[in-house]
Write a protein that binds this ligand. Sequence first.
Ligand code: SF4
Length: 365
Amino acid sequence: MVFDELLNKDALSVQDIVFLLQCKGDEEKKLFAKSESVKKRHVDNIVYLRGLIEFSNLCRKDCNYCGIRKSNLNIDRFNLTDNDILQAAEFAFKNRFGSIVLQSGEIQSLAFTKRVVKLLDKILKLSNGQLRITLSCGEQSRDTFRQWLEHGATRYLLRIETSNEDLYYKIHPHDKFHSFEERVEALNNLKLLGYQTGTGVMIGLPYQTYEDLANDLLWIKKMDVDMVGMGPYLEHSGTPLYKFKSNLMPQTERFQLSLKMIAILRIIMKDINIASATSLQAIDKMGREKAIKIGANVLMPNITPGMYRNSYKLYDNKPCTDENPEDCKSCLEWRVSITNNIIAYGGYGDSQHHSHKRGSTLRKI
Ligand code: SF4
């Protein structure tokens, strides 16, 4: 089959996607041109901002790739005060970001559930209900998800990291705290409750194959999620996976492969929101902009108070940890403009995929 026909196929197989992931030169250019045109047609050249507030790096888990895993004793643990979080949310509101993301390590307790409820109430109040709130606080019970939804969170990010269960247990300890099955169940609960549900994977993990990545894309499509954030795996020296450093593909290849993953995802899930991950920028200074050009439509500027950003490092060499939120904003405007996209200030940027699904459900009823 010629390459152009492959790009226009209705449904791509694992083999088709593996072929696309390995394309180079002119074929790679064609892939990116196709995903760019799908993006323009279905979600337009518009970028939505999510002000990212990393409010605590306390975590009960020990993921083998993560710099803030519980067993890493060489980092400063922090937990922002409610006041710091509310100030950051106010910054996002006043600067017309439209949305914020509250992200933390995974803490499961009644006190944590209640704290987030209280924060949601206060953020909705300070913004007159005009800030969309995404939560990214790990796996929680269905009841906790429900409470947070009832208090105004409308979106939830929970990355699967890999859809290959065997690989999942190579990059996570195989114990009761790290269950693949429970991860999937949590994602299904979020969908059932009505959240705009987001997931994502890491690209270039040790042991990972092209087939794994192709299956990841088809798994994401089958899960019918509304948002995806995915980027290159970046090693952290304080983690068990670091010992495989010399077996990994070079970071520049991981970067290019990540762009192809985003491009293919845009082609197979035309109306979802795709975030341009910060990890892309850690490898290539213009990495996030390259992703926006070929398919991503969401940027998550970090508005965590600067002094804490160094302590929320899931990987080494995380970019922009020493900038304050104002610096971040002017830098982003310039970066987005050179991709022929515009920032939708004040736009919520709800997932069109989610609205389309709800519309079709209502029609069926
Ligand atoms: S990846 Fe998330 S859940 Fe896993 S150790 Fe890091 S912060 Fe905790």
